[in-house]
Design a protein around this ligand. Sequence first.
Ligand code: GLY
Ligand code: MN
Ligand code: MN
Length: 450
Amino acid sequence: MQPAARLYRPHIQALGARYDAALDACGFDAVLIGAGALIPVHRDDQDYPYRPEPLFLQWAALQAHPGSALLYRPGRKPLLLVYEPEDFWHQAAPVPKGPWHKALDIRVMRRRDEIGRHLPARGRGRLRVALLGDPVQWRGLSLSGTVNPRPLLTHLDYDRAFKTPWEIACMQVATAMGLAGHRAVRQAFAAGCSEFEMGLMFLAATGQTDQELPYPAIVAVNRNGATLHYQHRDRHRLPNKDRHSLLLDAGCNCAGYASDITRTYAARRGEFAGMVRDMDKAQQRLCQLVRPGVAFPELQLAAHAEIAGLLARWDLVRMTPEQMVSQRVTDFFLPHGLGHLLGLQVHDVGGGLASHRGGELARPKRFPRLRLTRPLAPGMVVTIEPGLYFIDSLLARLRKSRAGRRVNWRKVASLHRYGGIRIEDNVLVTADGHRNLTRELEIGRAGRPL
Ligand code: GLY
Ligand code: MN
Ligand code: MN
């Protein structure tokens, strides 16, 4: 499964045009983007897992090449410097086959300090160079340039929200891979596997290592679903009667681009299964609201209205949905944002930028954790991930609040063991609305992927 190679050259052209404008606006003639460096563990001879620099990946999908870099100068073919040291302890990863071989000028470096040869010599150079990425990579190299100039990063972060067709195609492949993993884990849950086993099955079905995933998969059985970013893997297989629910939040990585997918499953028919179905419908209604010009905080409010409707319908809270939203009762059940920008990072940068020049669009007081305040625009990919959880610390506060006596605590107690529900899709904003990248691959559709 690969994104269509023909989309890559136009991507590089579009990226070049963005960098031309950004460099011009910020007073630079060239940019060197580091792939990142290996960080050694304290008093050990091993390194922490390597995470490549997203700005580097946007040009070249080399995900296992620390020490490499990309040099871009307007009007010139981008230069990809691949670091392959002579090292008989480790094996250099091959440069993956792909369309970059034609669109980039690729050279191999055997030594770190060869990077300097490709930049203007110190003192004599008139070029103003920006050095982007983790500065650890430049240590001891005496490169002349400005390290991570904030205005340039801001300019690039702002543009990064708008995906090129290549980027969207990568995210579609990441989605298809993630969905294959979800299918495998769903079957494994039905077969009685432990969280640990399901985590391994996700990797096997997607063909990715833990390190390659865009974020650690959340494999949460029963109460563990109430921890939003649950990070453990219980090794025990639970007997059938003790298995109630599974919340799986897991995505994949294709050429550096992420998918971020959540599904919640009930172990058997009954009230919780009905709640999951209702939540799925509510989530689909929220996805339908995605279109250009919409302010994400409005969608956040719409999500709270949906959650209020569910709390009323399931007789969890005995107030009108309007009261539940205005008195902030829903905040106890949905304590996170409805979604975020998605792309090179799972929580992609720039969600609050007012313009290329920066300025943060204020988060609404009501939703201080909202990661996305920019108005939606074509090319953005956002997640839509409403949830409803039974979180002990929040329930304790709700019990003490004025609305506490309007809560049907017996019902809460009966649902407590299920942990929570989250349903998450990845949605592309188009010129006239949206495309749900997750659902169109999950259920198939007449149209073909890009
Ligand atoms: N997987 C993290 C999130 O959904 O934001
Ligand atoms: Mn997620
Ligand atoms: Mn997400």
